[in-house]
Design a binder for this molecule. Structure first.
Ligand code: MIC
Length: 646
């Protein structure tokens, strides 16, 4: 039977279940990726699992998020991660090497392989014909330990690209167009597969831009075929021998269809504060701009910096604009230096930062309150920049450069200059030594735990009944940046759950952590609307609230990774049987779940009594038998240790 690329990748890694839409499947994982902000927990989880050595083909630990070293914490965490890499047989990408996603593509990405990463943008590697997915840290830990990764079989959404991108329009505008059409939940339960004649002029790094922000659509992942362009990319990285052709079979079937005529696209921009609020740049042109940030995993390529350098060449950034340049990999920085673009960026007033995520997650570069900041990053959830009242727009490097020059939001086509079409040089410098391989196996290494590393919390099993108050009632599309903020102040506590818990929901309601004090033992609840927990893979958005006594969340709908994180740490993920119940339930209401354990164990809907308002309602859980065990046993670690007899 003819198959599309996604089906081929799934079929070749299927070890549990059937490829029936909505049914749980178990996939063999070949490669893993962890970054420092999620990796410390992953390594503690591997320790708790008693792992001796990684069972994957390749596992890589990147240091890219926590790279501002305000005090000892981040530096100590990095040393811990280095020791863990030696202990578990994992590659170590040191600080300054760059963002995990482009570096992984340069050094390790391989068509036909599966990649699981503790970062929601792991899907970027779909650009090279991989099945690459983001997941919570503990699922990545399990994959490193050789366990399959479980996910519901998604629908495959074929997006046919035709035509060719016009001048001043680039890959970012393609994914912004998808977000304009489908908004932030449009990809939930789907794999997006791009195909068609329009692919010819999209480089592997352009495809990375599009695949990366599939996460913003909520998609399980995005895949591109592994074609001649992927071969060229691997050749440029001196890894052509790792290329394998993977194309959709002629006449293959897609569950859903879409077409984008690239020739018809125009420069687009996402307004504050959602990646889904996309409009043409010309609609908001003229607004004053105070910061332009170039870089991040959403626009990581050599081209993305080079085009800005060429637009800015011989000119200076507008006096009120801070032009922040965040190179995404050491290798790209080396090549920009060799080709002269780095000099052009410096001369145009650019502020050159180290290679890494930096301001994308508020690790520095926070903008002024309410002052528009145009960024080529993937997301602009409220407060994510580190400034509570921020005003962040998402755009292409071309649109960013135009604003840097004029000081206003500007359609780059109005710059009145020829389009400086930038591309990667044929021969690039390849920095194959930057990532440190694991030592030969057989030697045992100690974990170096600095004082910032606190023990992994273990939670008790679910009791037969629960009673407590609703401490928060929230609306639709609550992001994990709102649940568990990032930023330079909070991120250093990623390996210290008691300390990071003080920041839970601080963007939304600063009183939440203190209001949990009387109900940490007995438990409390949160209700919310649709697409709850969109955005990142950070399991801290589940572990920290659980530490504060959160026992169940009732929503209209969940984002995939966050829902899994909740059950992985023993929080019951529930959905209103009747979504209209969200309207009448109030913050402060006392809820009782008289038989929650029994209801879940029997696979039945959960009975919820609203004691304050005097009514009873029903909530669905849709837990698979695997997830059900995690919830009953207080989380995945408890279950894993029981299974292994620890
Ligand atoms: C993000 O872009 O939100 C992050 C920071 O990379 C997260 C990971 C994290 O919170 O550590 C992600 O995308 O998963």
């Amino acid at each position: 039977m003819s198959q599309n690329v996604a089906q081929k990748l799934i079929a070749s890694h299927l070890i549990e279940g059937k490829m029936k839409i909505g049914e749980e499947i178990g996939l063999k994982i070949d490669q893993t990726l962890t970054q420092d902000a999620t990796g410390t927990m992953v390594m503690l989880e591997l320790e708790a699992m008693n792992l001796d050595e990684a069972k994957t083909e390749i596992s890589v630990q990147y240091i890219d998020h926590n790279i501002l070293q305000n005090d000892f914490k981040n530096a100590e965490d990095h040393l811990f991660l280095l020791s863990a890499c030696k202990r578990f047989g994992v590659w170590y990408s040191r600080p300054g090497n760059g963002v995990s996603h482009p570096v992984h593509m340069e050094r390790f990405g391989r068509p036909g392989k599966t990649l699981l990463g503790s970062d929601s943008h792991t899907c970027a590697a779909g650009s090279m014909g991989m099945l690459a997915m983001g997941a919570g840290g503990i699922e990545v830990a399990a994959a490193i330990a050789g366990e399959p990764f479980h996910v519901k079989m998604p629908q495959i959404w074929g997006v046919c690209l035709t035509g060719e991108l016009p001048d001043w329009v680039s890959a970012k505008d393609v994914i912004l167009e998808m977000l304009r059409r489908h908004d932030v939940a449009g990809g939930v339960g789907k794999i997006i597969e791009y195909y068609g004649p329009g692919l010819t002029n999209l480089t592997a790094m352009d495809r990375h831009v599009i695949a990366n922000m599939g996460a913003e659509l909520g998609a399980t992942t995005t895949v591109f075929p592994s074609d001649e362009e992927v071969k060229r990319f691997l050749r440029s990285q001196r890894r052509e021998d790792q290329w394998e052709e993977i194309l959709p079979d002629p006449g293959c079937h897609y569950d859903l269809h879409e077409e984008i005529n690239l020739s018809k696209l125009e420069p687009l921009i996402a307004l504050p504060s959602s990646p889904g609020k996309v409009v043409p740049v010309k609609k908001v042109a003229g607004k004053d701009v105070f910061q332009v940030m170039i870089g991040s995993s959403a626009n990581p390529g050599y081209r993305d910096f080079s085009v800005v350098a060429k637009i800015m060449e011989g000119k200076r950034a507008h006096p009120r604009v801070s032009l922040d340049i965040n190179p995404t990999s050491r290798q790209i920085l080396e090549n920009l230096a060799r080709g002269g673009d780095l000099e052009r960026l410096i001369l145009s007033g650019g502020r050159i930062h180290q290679a890494g995520c930096n301001g994308c997650i508020g690790m520095g570069q926070a903008p002024a309150n309410g002052r528009p900041s145009l960024r080529t990053v993937p997301r602009n959830f409220p407060g994510r920049s580190g400034t509570k009242e921020d005003s962040v727009y998402l755009c292409s490097p071309e649109t960013g450069a135009a604003a840097a020059l004029t000081g206003r939001i500007t359609d780059p086509r109005d710059l009145g200059m020829p389009y400086p079409r930038a591309s990667e040089p044929e021969e690039i410098l390849v920095d194959a030594e930057a990532v440190i391989p694991p030592p030969v196996s057989g030697v045992s290494y100690e974990l170096e735990k600095g004082s910032n590393i606190k023990p992994l919390p273990l939670f008790e099993p679910l009791p037969s009944s629960l009673e407590g108050p609703i401490l928060l009632k929230l609306g639709d599309n609550i992001s994990t940046d709102e649940i568990m903020p990032a930023g330079s102040k909070v991120l250093p506590f990623r390996s210290n759950i008691p300390a990071i818990s003080d920041f839970v929901f601080c963007q939304v309601d600063e009183t939440y952590p203190s209001r949990t004090i009387p109900c940490r033992e007995g438990g409390h609840f949160i209700v919310a609307g649709d697409n709850y927990g969109q955005g990142s893979s950070r399991e801290h958005a589940a572990i920290a609230p659980r530490h504060l006594g959160l026992r169940a969340v009732i929503v209209k709908g969940f984002a995939r990774i966050h829902r899994a994180n909740l059950s992985n740490f023993g929080i019951v993920p529930l959905m209103f049987e009747n979504p209209a119940d969200w309207e009448r339930i109030e913050q402060g209401d006392m809820l009782q779940f008289p038989s929650i354990r029994d209801d879940i164990q029997k696979g039945e809907n959960v009975t919820v009594k609203n004691i304050t308002q005097g009514y009873t309602m029903s909530a669905k859980h849709n837990l698979t038998s695997r997830e059900l065990n995690y919830v009953l046993e207080g989380g995945m670690i408890g279950h894993y240790r029981k299974k292994k007899g620890h």
